[in-house]
Design a binder for this molecule. Structure first.
Ligand SMILES: [Zn+2]
Length: 106
């Protein structure tokens, strides 16, 4: 893919939020949920994560799951971290944590 002026210097495309439908993986059992975590880790390596400061003023801010790297939260630029804290886990990893299944980082 040729490097164009726009991809090199202007505003980056926002990260693509892969919409999930259906029940959370934890509903299918621990083994399945942990396998899906590995799938997310692999898939999320492909996510382009532009620095939030590269977006124009007023753009949303993007945050990524500390566990799998998927998009975990989107906030308005003026969000208040005290009343509206950032989710550092995606919904799937939050559910894993709730079950006590989230592997500790090694
Ligand atoms: Zn996650």
């Amino acid at each position: 893919m040729p490097l164009t002026f726009s991809s090199a210097w202007s505003v980056p495309d926002p990260p693509v939020y892969r919409k999930r439908t259906g029940p959370l993986a934890v509903e299918m059992g621990r083994e399945y949920a942990l396998a899906q975590l590995e799938v997310r880790k692999t898939e999320s390596r492909k996510i382009v994560r532009p620095d939030n400061h590269r977006f124009p003023a007023g753009s949303p801010m993007y945050f990524y799951c500390h566990s799998c790297g998927d998009l975990s939260d989107t906030k308005s630029e003026s969000y208040n971290p005290r009343t509206d804290p950032v989710s550092h886990l995606c919904a799937e990893c939050e559910a894993l944590k709730g079950k006590g299944w989230l592997p500790q980082p090694s």
